[in-house]
Design a protein around this ligand. Structure first.
Ligand SMILES: Cc1cc2nc3c(=O)[nH]c(=O)nc-3n(C[C@H](O)[C@H](O)[C@H](O)COP(=O)(O)OP(=O)(O)OC[C@H]3O[C@@H](n4cnc5c(N)ncnc54)[C@H](O)[C@@H]3O)c2cc1C
Length: 792
């Protein structure tokens, strides 16, 4: 009964305040009264505990990075005008020239089958080219001899390489991501920067960064690796240093690194550098030729063959000035890592995943046009079309998100939450796209060899899922956990007031933030409900956007208000328990993520000039993402532990039921059509990827076969009709082209065109085979350094 009274009275109060748009003071007084009533009903603890109970992640993670568009999405009232006013990110002429020159050249040098199967590494001349052209120093400023590229250019380079060779992309990506160069740039002492950055930029040093230990994977802050501050002899002199013991694994570039970035916990039991005994996680740069450093052994991560392996050392003495930033940065390693993670994570995995999906989109579309079954190109069979349309629309969303996120980094942001969203959703979309593409390509995708352009990508997909924050953890702990504190307009203020301030100032700041917070919750609740009963018609839209997409802004404004309301009610309802309810926080994170991906997609449509040809992709994606956001909200409500609250929330958010629907088949067909035909929309969708010139390898042949197939379709049609009308009869062992030529049904030129198309088509459907022993016996006689010989 009390609950019903509360709900009814609350509803009336909300409507009156909301309808008359009463001042915040009135909202606050009403809210405070209801807050007290709610606390009594639910048996909540003091307000501060309710609000702060949602603290998910440690302080360094909370303080790390910045918030950007995510704060708007969390506010429940995204300012679309602000988003659309952000200029579209652009490459400089110099960056574009690098992409058209050295990057194109590097792609052409990489033969993925030779790299992954024969060399099991990049060949020496490819490594040298990477070093010589400055690929390892893209993020290093020009003053240190680096390329000084923007985040967008860095992303464009990694994306293009990813469409050709994962080993090349990763070997370039890692030194430009979280590691020695980035840590030095932010925290390095001048001597360290002046010594190492020019060497890193020129490829004279190969860096790696070693954090992960056998006992500490996702929970990296618990690394058991340690250093003890002590005196020792270094280059003939007694110096203050540390004896470091570590055992690391999975370290990318570790087996060939010359410079080891090493994270360990530093202790000072003799108080040689201060009063503290346990100084905390510390990052040092260790030349790998230092006696006692063991590198060289390799893991084999799913045949990706980029250099990756363990390293270890016991009681290795190193001077204190090997600590990045010097002695003053002893114990600040975790803060340094968290600070740098946001920017690096915004580029590496979102970019390489987008590159992978661009290649899948272009080549799977081409294959689905070249390959026929039941006398039809398989891409035109509805079941295949469904998967193909999904890949194409995913590709649009991913590239939009890649560009917007890299653009945010170029605006000076270190988007901690958005980079986690981009990392999780781009890698998951890559996983679902490669599954779709494997289904379409069938047996040809399964049998590995130089003619298989998809199998290696499929094998390697879990790597991106696992690194830089494994995906389950990223989804269920980081996105909402960090977002709820960082992006929320009031929670961080309340936390800081409660934890970092004292006395009257603390209570003034807390009260101010808390009362505003209550007003914010109510305002979002009212707007969510009003949008619900008006089917989003009153949702905010930008002043200047394409009319054909205006309703999507309304839908998203509605979802944002619903999300913000639900997020607050979840924190209030579950308090600290929400931290352990990863299924709930994962779904809340899904809603926030969908809002971000939708924003990126809509912005791309505007930035590219509202191209109508791309509209099917946008429409499919919008329906898919609004539907997913709605589904995630529904799942939160269905599993909400306080049932009466769940009912109240459902009435508020879905007063007329759930109205968002999944994408229409027609949009899916139109999306698939874009990649089944040559044209500007297909080129735009896959822009920035490497397309081989000539017919020198599997993808070059596929591209040529695709164009030849489309060009030859009128001739094929002629042949089909001639056969049907009895103008020629099929003869075993004689192809249709020859029959038609014999009967003068096609010209000599048409016959030549048809023959060329047929020979390309046969090359495309060809699958590799090998000798019984895969050539091992021949190998032993010929060249013992290569594990397998080339396919016949
Ligand atoms: C190819 C490759 C390259 C790598 N490169 C580097 C490198 O250069 N440097 C480096 O330091 N490290 C590197 N790593 C390590 C990588 O960052 C770790 O693999 C990653 O942090 C996950 O750790 P783990 O593999 O031990 O998995 P675990 O930590 O054992 O996790 C297993 C599963 O549990 C989930 N999980 C864990 N905790 C939670 C939680 N609280 N809530 C929900 N789910 C959770 C994870 O999401 C995962 O699904 C690399 C790894 C690989 C495979």
């Amino acid at each position: 009964m009390h609950v019903l009274e509360f709900v009814l009275a609350g509803l009336v109060a909300f409507l009156v305040c909301g309808y008359f748009q009463l001042p915040i003071l009135v909202w606050t007084i009403v809210a405070a009264a209801f807050g007290g009533w709610l606390s009594a009903l639910a048996g909540f603890g003091p307000a501060a505990n309710v609000v702060l109970g949602g603290l998910f992640v440690e302080k360094e993670a909370i303080d790390a990075g910045t918030v950007w568009w995510d704060a708007d999405l969390f506010s429940g009232k995204p300012d679309w005008n602000k988003l659309l006013a952000v200029p579209a990110p652009r490459l400089s002429a110099e960056e574009q020239a690098f992409l058209d020159g050295p990057v194109e050249e590097l792609c052409a040098m990489c033969n993925d089958w030779e790299i992954t199967h024969e060399h099991q590494d990049l060949p020496p001349h490819v490594w040298q080219f990477i070093k010589d052209k400055g690929f390892l120093g893209m993020i290093i400023p020009k003053q240190y001899g680096g390329l000084g590229f923007s985040a967008l250019a860095h992303s464009a380079v990694v994306m293009k390489l990813s469409t050709r060779s994962a080993a090349a992309a990763i070997s370039v990506m890692v030194p430009n991501s979280l590691g020695p160069a980035e840590l030095l740039l932010h925290y390095g002492a001048d001597e360290q920067k002046n010594h190492y950055l020019p060497r890193l930029a020129k490829g004279l040093e190969i860096p790696c960064f070693a954090l992960t230990s056998p006992e500490a994977g996702s929970d990296a802050a618990s690394i058991p690796d340690y250093g003890i501050v002590c005196k020792g002899t270094w280059q003939g002199k007694e110096v203050l240093g540390m004896r470091v013991t570590w055992d690391k694994r999975y370290i990318t570039l570790g087996p060939v690194a010359t410079l080891l970035g090493l994270a360990f916990r530093l202790y000072d039991p003799e108080h040689l550098i201060g009063n503290k005994e346990d100084l905390g996680i510390t990052c040092a740069l260790v030349p790998t030729n230092t006696p006692g450093v063991n590198i060289g052994r390799r893991h084999l991560p799913l045949n990706a063959v980029f250099q990756n392996g363990p390293n270890h050392g016991k009681d290795v003495f190193m001077p204190l000035d090997w600590i990045i930033g010097g002695k003053d940065y002893a114990g600040k390693g975790w803060m340094m890592l968290m600070g740098c993670l946001a920017a690096g994570r915004a580029i590496s995995l979102p970019t390489s995943s987008t590159g992978g999906v661009k290649a899948l989109t272009r080549f799977t579309g081409a294959y689905a046009r070249v390959r026929s079954q039941f006398k039809t190109p398989i891409g035109k069979l509805e079941g295949v079309e469904e998967a193909l349309g999904r890949i194409a629309a995913n590709c649009y969303v991913m590239d939009a998100t890649r560009v917007m996120t890299a653009g945010a980094v170029d605006l000076g942001e270190k988007p901690a939450v958005l980079s986690a969203i981009a990392k999780y959703h781009m890698t998951e979309r890559a996983r679902s796209s490669v599954n779709d593409a494997m289904d379409i390509v069938g047996g040809k995708g399964i049998c590995l060899g130089p003619n298989n352009w998809i199998g290696r990508g499929y094998q390697m997909t879990p790597i991106a899922i696992t690194v830089e924050g494994a995906n389950i953890l990223t989804r269920t702990l980081i996105i909402f956990g960090q977002g709820a504190i960082r992006c929320h307009p009031y929670v961080l203020r309340e936390m800081r007031a409660a934890k970092e301030m004292q006395g009257a100032e603390a209570s003034r700041e807390f009260d101010d933030a808390f009362t505003s917070h209550i007003g914010h919750v109510i305002s979002n609740g009212v707007r969510a409900w009003v949008h619900g009963i008006t089917s989003s018609r009153l949702g905010h839209t930008p002043a200047n956007c394409a009319e054909e997409t205006r309703h999507y802004y309304r839908f998203t404004s509605r979802l944002s208000a619903a999300f913000a309301f639900l997020a607050d009610m979840s924190m209030m309802g579950m308090g600290g328990a929400l931290k352990r309810k990863e299924k709930i926080s994962g779904r809340l994170g899904d809603v926030l993520s969908m809002l971000y991906l939708i924003s990126a997609t809509l912005k791309r449509y505007e930035d590219q000039g509202r191209l109508k040809e791309d509209l099917p992709l946008v429409r499919w994606a919008m329906r898919d993402m609004t539907y997913h956001a709605q589904h995630a909200i529904d799942q939160v409500l269905s599993n909400f532990p306080i049932k009466w609250m769940a009912t109240m929330l459902r009435w508020t958010i879905f007063p007329l039921g759930m109205s968002f629907r999944p994408p229409l088949d027609a949009r899916n067909r139109d999306s698939a059509q874009i990649v089944l035909a040559p044209g500007a929309a297909r080129d735009r969708l896959t822009a920035g990827m490497y397309v081989p010139k000539g017919e020198t390898d599997a993808t070059g042949i596929l591209e040529a076969a695709f164009l030849a197939t489309v060009a030859c379709e009128p001739i094929d049609e002629k042949l089909r009709k001639a056969l049907k009308k009895g103008k020629m009869a099929a003869r075993p062992g004689v192809d249709l082209g020859t029959l038609a030529l014999e009967k003068n049904l096609i010209t000599q030129e048409e016959f030549a065109q048809w023959q060329r198309k047929e020979s390309l088509r046969k090359a495309v459907i060809k699958v590799d085979d090998f000798p019984q022993d895969f050539g091992r016996t021949a190998l032993v006689d010929a060249d013992a350094t290569r594990p397998f010989v080339r396919a016949a």
